[in-house]
Structure formats: structure tokens, C-alpha cells
Design a protein around this ligand. Structure first.
Ligand code: ATP
Length: 667
């Protein structure tokens, strides 16, 4: 019941998105394309606002983050180094008829009657050319359907069966025909490979429907005019082996790489393969040295990027939540390894020393844990600042089993979408908006190994501090750094690397500390723009029901976006459109606002209708120019009425103060 209500809520939201121009299905006039979405006029403004706010928060208002805008297609070596070519895959299963894929771990259990076929045999293909062959074929046509299984036919073919047994199997074999049948079976085997096929019978459907689908399946797989073999009925309970839509038994699970492949240049050869980036982060690592050298930053510092990413998701779903083309807002924040902090500061400050109030002020002795905690807090504050309250957010702290082998921690920030599932205690946990991962020095190390270019940094403070450390402390820190590097090098070893080479490399790396060299670690807050837009839309959606004097009630939608993200900040209306003085004044107010913020001018219909239109668009303020603005009441000359979307409150404001007032609300 609850789920139905939530589905209804999503349906209303999806329909509003189309009706008001927030989100359209991509290529809609051609029937759409699964997993791709377009943003309409209001959606485009909303998205732009979100990206700009993220960019301002993460780069322009900070001294320690620089920006980057890299290409979508990069050297395929990048994706080998990052591990995406080998491991960026979901296990998936396919419906052998519709070819629709499902993620192996996401098949809903089903129960019911299954009709199984051991295979099929093509009447036409095995007609044969000689008279003898034709005779055998006709015989086989006659008897094959009665043979119960592939195994029984196989046995017959291999001559391991007596005439009496065949009679038993087929029930219909006339005396003296066994030899013909054997030859016919051999002819059929030579021409057709038997493939089992099973289908879960939909409730209320006759057996004939299963036969029809099985026939279609075999026909489409090159078996013209098929004779179905070995039909039998089975029962299954909570089976995850059948496609949720077609009911057909799924293929076995195979890894399916999520990267979109293309070719660079005119020749479609393996040498020219390239990928559409599945994340924006890798460009940041690949350009780490260039940014470091040109931005005059020093570790700790970050590189931020906003841009498109592409994943050939097996099952795009939940509106824009899981799309195949989407945008990410990613920060890679590079920090010193804990051994370096310890060397320079004598200790590493931990989270427990950084209560909520202190976590906002980065300290030079912070280790990775404190930085990780800091970024989780910063990101939550960002969401709160655009209207997503803490109650609507949730957290998922990845377990050791869930973490990638190189990651030290990952906290996902979740949002409670209408489609988010309840846990066993009936609480909605939410679905991922953003992941904040402590990724150690894995990424830069990988690019160093694959490109052969050094990705480490030199730190004079480290070199000087190391020289002053007592030998025992040097040994402890050296060993810790060595162990970490050896662990990484062992796990990421190429097939031709020996344990001796790995130990030598780890030794060289640890010896780097004394020379002031190290590879930075990284904290990665990685957010999805589209998921955030969907969160903002579902969060803003509210319905207001009003009953008029005659008892007639009407429900309207109010999109309660935070003014900072609202697609349109102000609607400007003349009270009446047929009074030139009102229109001229309203136009001048509109012209005053539009260079600074997104405003719309509207003179169509009653004021009430115009308010309702803006409420649906989520416009937080409406400005009305009336006769008092023109000086009907002299004390109100050059003032306007400002109406607040969320409570309908109205105030009088001087035109000279209007812009500052609006800017103070929307920035
Ligand atoms: P999920 O587990 O939901 O597939 P993920 O953990 O693979 O997500 P990341 O690789 O950490 O996601 O990507 C960072 C962010 O990019 C996610 O938090 C999400 O906001 C966004 N994102 C990832 N995949 C998609 C997608 N298919 N559609 C929309 N946004 C996505």
C-alpha cells in the first residue's frame, strides 16, 4: 500500500516534470531512448544553478581548490590504469529472446509453473537432399516430439539403446523402425544443436502461450519451423532465474563492462578503441602535475571538475536516478600521508579531537580521517544550504567488505527519495546522492606506474623534519610507509613483476621520505548532478488544496525550491495588461532585475492564475506593479507588492530596494 502511494507520488512528479518543462525523455518523438533524459527550460535553469553553486562553494570561495575542465574522451591507457577496463563491470544476465539484461543481483524472486523444453529441431533444415535423408527426416519429425529429453535422443543417437527402451521413451516407435530413427536422429544432430529453453507460465495463460514463445525463440535463433522437444512442466519457488518481464529463463551471469566504447579516427580497429569517460575523476589524477605546477597550490589542496559521465547501466531506473548519461561534480582533495604528517608535526590529529564545531577549521596536523570527516560535514552543509534538511538525508558507511581494496573509508550521503526502500525496521534509509571516499594514494600511484611519469611531490618541510627525527621514530614511520606501499604494489602487480621487484620498489618509495618525497593521498567527494536535481525536485514537490466559498476545492502544486536553486527567482506582473502605464512600469522593473537574476515577465490571466503558474515553477517571489506603484496613494509611489511563494504573504517594498532584497535571498 505504502509502495503504491510512493509510486503515485513519483508518477505525479514525472508528469509535472514533463508538463512544466523540467525533464523530458530524450528523443521522445522517436519513442525515447532508455536511460537518457533532457532538461527543459526550467530544468536547465535548475541544473545550471546547482552546478554553479557547487563550483562557487568548492572552488571560488576557497583558496585551496583549483578547477579543471577536461575532455570526455581520453587516452584509453587512463582507464587501464584506473582499473575500469578490467573491473568496471556488473554481473548481468540476459533474456535469450528479448535480449533485455538485468543485473544478476537485482532479479526479483518469482514462483509458479515453468514449462521446459530440452531443445528443438528444424523440420525444414533437416529435410535432406537424398531420398534416404528425406525418409529419415520425415520419420524423425514424426517421433522426435515424443522423445522426452535431449538425453534420450542423445542416447538413441549413440546406439546405446534397445528397441524396447526406445519404445518406452517415445511410446510410439513402431516395430522395425529403430534403425531409421537412429539415422534420422544423426541427421538432425548434424544440422541442429539442441538448446534447452524454459519459461515461467504467466498466471492464467494456457500452455499454448509457452509453446508459442518457445517456437518464436527457436525460430529467431535460426531453427526454422521448429519442432519442440522434451516439453515438461516444473514448479519453482522464489526463483531468481527468470526475466521479470518476459518470464524466460535467464542466461548465466556474465560480467558486462559499463563503459561506452567508440573508435577515434576513421578506422574501427582495436588499436583505435576509446571510451566515453565513466567518471570525471580520472582526468583530475592524470592532470595532477600540470595543475599543481600552474596553480601554485601545495598539498593539501584539491582539484574540482563538473562534467558529463557515461555508464551503460544494465537497468536504468527510477526516472533520472540511474541514467546512462549523467553529470558529476567531483573533487579530488590531495593530502599528505599520515607518515608525513607524523614526521612534520610529531603526531596525527584524529577525529575524536575534532568535535563537530572544530571540524570546520582544517589544521595542518590532520590525518586522512579528520579530512574525510571534514569533507562529509562540508558536503552535508552544502545540501542543507540548498534546502535538503538533515532529516531527508541519510548515511551509509561502507563496510570493509564493500570497500575497494585500496580505500580506507567511504561514506555515502543518501537522500530519501519517494522510491527509496524501507529497511527491516520500517525506516527509509535513502539512496546515494554522493560518495565521499578516502582512496589512499592508489590513483596517483596507478598513473605513475602506467604512464611511467612521476606523480609524487617534493616537500622541503618533510625533508628537514625527517633529518631531525630520532632513528627509532624514523624506523617506525619508514616501516609503516614501506608496508603500505608494498601492500599496494602487491595487490596491483602486473603479471611479470616479481616479489623482489615489488620489495625493491616499496623500499625506494619509503626511502623517498628522507628526501622529502611522497605520493599524496586523496579524499574524493563525488556527487551526481542529476540525482541531486531529482532530490531537489522530489523535496520541493508539495500540493496545496484550497476550498472556495462555494465549497469547491482545488489542488495545486507548489514547488518549494530553496531560492538559491529555484529556476526562476522572480515573476514580474503588471496588475492589468491593458493599462499602458502599469505595463511600462512593470517592464522597467523587469529590465532592472534581469541582468542580475533569472526573472520572468507575465501579464496573462488573473493575478491568481499567474501566482499559480509561478508556484508550479517554484518561483520564490512574485512582484506586482499596481496603481499604488504609479502613485495613486502618494506615499506608496515607486513601491511594489512582493508575494512569498511558500506562505502567500505579501509585503510592500521600494523599487530601489528590490534588487538588493532579491539578491540577498537568492545568493
Ligand atoms: P551506484 O552504486 O548508485 O551505482 P556508484 O557508487 O557507482 O553509484 P560513484 O561511482 O561513486 O557511484 O559515482 C559518484 C556519483 O555519481 C554517485 O553518487 C551518483 O550521484 C552519480 N552517479 C553514478 N552513477 C550514476 C548514474 N548511472 N546515473 C546518475 N548518477 C550517477
Amino acid at each position: 500500500m505504502a509502495e503504491q502511494k510512493e509510486n503515485l507520488q513519483m508518477e505525479k512528479i514525472v508528469s509535472l516534470c514533463k508538463r512544466r518543462g523540467f525533464v523530458f525523455q530524450s528523443s521522445e518523438i522517436y519513442g525515447g531512448i532508455n536511460g537518457f533524459w533532457d532538461y527543459g527550460p526550467l530544468g536547465a535553469e535548475l541544473k545550471r544553478n546547482v552546478k554553479e553553486l557547487w563550483w562557487n562553494t568548492m572552488t571560488r570561495s576557497r583558496d585551496d581548490v583549483a578547477g579543471l575542465e577536461a575532455t570526455i574522451i581520453m587516452s584509453p591507457e587512463i582507464w587501464k590504469a584506473s582499473g575500469h577496463v578490467n573491473t568496471f563491470a556488473d554481473l548481468m544476465r540476459e533474456c535469450p529472446l528479448t535480449k533485455k539484461r538485468v543485473r544478476a543481483d537485482q532479479v526479483e524472486p518469482q514462483s509458479g509453473t515453468v514449462i521446459r523444453y530440452s531443445g528443438a529441431y528444424s523440420r525444414k533444415q533437416s529435410e535432406g537432399s537424398t531420398e534416404d535423408e528425406k525418409k529419415y527426416s520425415r520419420l524423425f519429425d514424426e517421433f522426435a516430439p515424443a522423445l522426452k529429453s535431449e538425453e534420450s535422443i542423445q542416447k538413441l543417437f549413440e546406439n546405446n539403446v534397445s528397441e524396447a527402451e526406445v519404445k518406452n521413451i517415445g511410446g510410439l516407435i513402431p516395430d522395425g523402425k529403430l534403425d531409421f530413427l537412429r539415422k534420422a536422429t544423426a541427421a538432425a544432430f548434424a544440422k541442429k544443436v539442441f538448446q534447452p529453453f524454459s519459461i515461467l507460465l504467466q498466471q492464467g495463460k494456457p500452455m499454448e502461450s509457452a509453446r508459442k514463445i518457445a517456437t518464436q525463440y527457436y525460430t529467431e535463433n535460426g531453427c526454422s519451423d521448429p519442432i519442440l522437444l522434451g516439453e515438461h512442466v516444473d514448479k519453482v519457488e522464489n526463483s531468481v532465474d527468470f526475466h521479470p518481464e518476459s518470464g524466460i529463463e535467464l542466461s548465466s551471469a556474465r560480467p558486462f563492462n559499463l563503459m561506452f566504447k567508440t573508435y577515434v579516427g576513421p578506422v574501427e580497429s582495436e588499436d583505435n578503441v576509446a571510451y566515453l569517460r565513466p567518471e570525471t575523476a580520472q582526468a583530475i589524477f592524470a592532470q595532477f602535475k600540470n595543475v599543481l605546477e600552474t596553480s601554485r597550490q601545495r598539498v593539501p589542496f584539491g582539484i574540482a571538475q563538473v562534467g558529463k559521465a557515461f555508464r551503460n547501466e544494465v537497468t536504468p531506473r527510477n526516472f533520472t536516478f540511474r541514467s546512462r548519461e549523467f553529470e558529476q561534480m567531483e573533487l579530488e582533495f590531495f593530502i599528505k600521508p599520515d607518515e608525513v604528517i607524523d614526521t612534520i608535526h610529531g603526531r596525527v590529529a584524529t577525529i575524536s579531537e575534532n568535535p563537530q564545531s572544530a571540524i570546520r577549521n582544517p589544521q595542518s596536523n590532520w590525518g586522512w580521517q579528520a579530512w574525510h570527516q571534514y569533507w562529509v560535514e562540508e558536503r552535508v552543509r552544502f545540501y542543507e544550504g540548498i534546502g535538503l534538511s538533515r532529516e531527508m538525508l541519510g548515511f551509509h558507511i561502507q563496510t570493509k567488505e564493500e570497500l575497494a581494496h585500496y580505500a580506507r573509508a567511504c561514506t555515502d550521503i543518501l537522500f530519501k527519495f519517494p522510491f527509496s526502500k524501507k529497511d527491516e525496521n520500517g525506516n527509509v534509509k535513502g539512496d546515494e546522492l554522493e560518495g565521499i571516499a578516502a582512496r589512499s594514494d592508489f590513483d596517483l600511484s596507478q598513473h605513475q606506474r602506467f604512464s611511467g611519469k612521476p606523480m609524487g611531490v617534493f616537500d622541503e618541510e618533510l625533508r628537514a623534519a625527517w633529518a631531525k627525527l630520532p632513528k627509532e621514530k624514523q624506523d617506525v614511520l619508514w616501516k609503516r610507509y614501506y608496508d603500505h606501499r608494498k601492500n599496494y604494489l602487491t595487490k596491483s602487480a602486473k603479471p611479470d613483476e616479481t616479489p623482489e621487484q615489488i620489495s625493491q620498489q616499496a623500499t625506494d618509495d619509503a626511502n623517498g621520505l628522507a628526501k622529502g618525497q611522497y605520493i599524496p593521498h586523496v579524499i574524493e567527494p563525488s556527487a551526481g548532478v542529476d540525482r541531486l536535481i531529482l532530490a531537489l525536485i522530489t523535496n520541493a514537490y508539495s500540493e496545496v488544496t484550497k476550498t472556495d466559498d462555494k465549497g469547491k476545492s482545488e489542488t495545486t502544486v507548489v514547488m518549494k525550491f530553496h531560492p538559491r536553486v529555484a529556476p526562476v527567482k522572480a515573476g514580474v506582473f503588471p496588475l492589468l495588461k491593458n493599462k499602458p502605464e502599469l505595463v511600462a512600469k512593470a517592464q522597467s522593473v523587469y529590465e532592472l532585475l534581469r541582468p542580475h537574476l533569472k526573472a520572468v515577465y507575465d501579464d496573462g490571466g488573473s493575478i491568481g492564475k499567474r501566482y499559480a503558474r509561478q508556484d508550479e515553477a517554484g518561483t520564490p517571489f512574485c512582484v506586482t506593479i499596481d496603481f499604488d506603484t504609479l502613485g495613486e496613494k502618494p506615499e506608496l509611489l515607486d513601491t511594489v507588492t512582493i508575494r512569498y511563494r511558500d506562505d502567500g504573504r505579501q509585503e510592500r517594498l521600494k523599487i530601489s530596494e528590490l534588487l538588493d532584497f532579491l539578491l540577498s535571498k537568492v545568493r
